[in-house]
Ligand binder design. Sequence first.
Ligand code: PLP
Length: 393
Amino acid sequence: MSKDDQNKRQEWHISTRITQLGRNPFDHFGFINTPTYRGSTVLFPNVEKLETLGQNYTYGTKGTPTTRALEQAWTELSGAHDTVLVPSGLAAIDLALITATRAGAHILVTDSVYQPTRSFCDTILKKFGVIVEYYDPLIGKNISSLIRPDTTAILVESPGSQSMEIQDVPAISSVAQAHDICVILDNTWATPLFYPPHQRGADIAIEAGTKYLSGHSDILIGLISANERWSKRLRSTFNSFAIGASPDDASLALRGLRTMALRLRAQERAGLEIARWFNEQSEVAQVLHPALPDHPGHHLWQRDYLGSSGVFSVIFKPVEKKSLDAFINSLQLFGIGFSWGGYESLVLPFDCQSYRTATHWKTIGPAVRFSIGLEDSNDLIKDLRKGLNYLSL
Ligand SMILES: *Cc1c(COP(=O)(O)O)cnc(C)c1O
């Protein structure tokens, strides 16, 4: 893909651009999609090519035309300088953190972070001598008071996992820039379609492509994009670990990319409809959806986001555990399970209180996360309405 192609695409709406990115049919006999290239060894036609590494592909761990197609598509979509692919979203976060810190350094991690990220920080990073400090996700520019001379990275995740706090990434980023600190953003919820991560101040952005990029709950993949300042270091860490995503998964992710804008818009619409419906139910204490005006982070969401995806949380009024369980068990259209972003709706009870350390997370009743899929929203609401009867028994 040449710079000219890229400039031409800038004029198009994002829905158009995602149909064009990461493919070049006439490199592949005119076939529309980039084929799945599997391979370890790549042959060189002669010794000179071998010695100069004078060709596009040199070894399977460095990528294939399939993985590179997805990397290039994601780089352009994210407004990044480069992207690497790894086998899961969690691996993406781990690699980003390892790229941006070193033994003895200090990092700041939002208290609302995805729990397995916290686990990685508290075990592997600590084992290698990194000092991990958790901070209040709503800290904004006051993050400056936590910066130390040896702070190397700030991890932000917006909205917060399960609890849905919206972070002021531009404010945090402007403080970080003044101290030459790497801002890593977990952008999985919004995707680059609803939040252009590097434009908002992230140096490195990660996406669990397992969720909305895949859209079908059939692959695990992580994408790490970086701006110009960080892309060389990211690529070098990636090459040392040699944990690339498989070409088959990259191919499925490219297929998912073509419908991602459509799916996200549909899930945004249905998500909002259902969140508003929950807001009117007498069993509900609070709906945590940043696109609703009564969400505490709504003003930041409005300022910075281009849309909302289909994941939000609901705090119910106090109720016995067995009634809540009966409600969840009764749902026919909501699977009980981790992850989200697929075509099927999911439900998950959660409690952040047990692992938070910088802030106290307290709700008046039990919390449940919903991921809205591609079903008809009236059918989903009917299913939920029936289920709510279990809460008043
Ligand atoms: C799911 C998720 C991840 C991890 O992705 P996996 O591919 O499941 O490892 C990371 N961050 C967030 C916010 C997620 O929701």
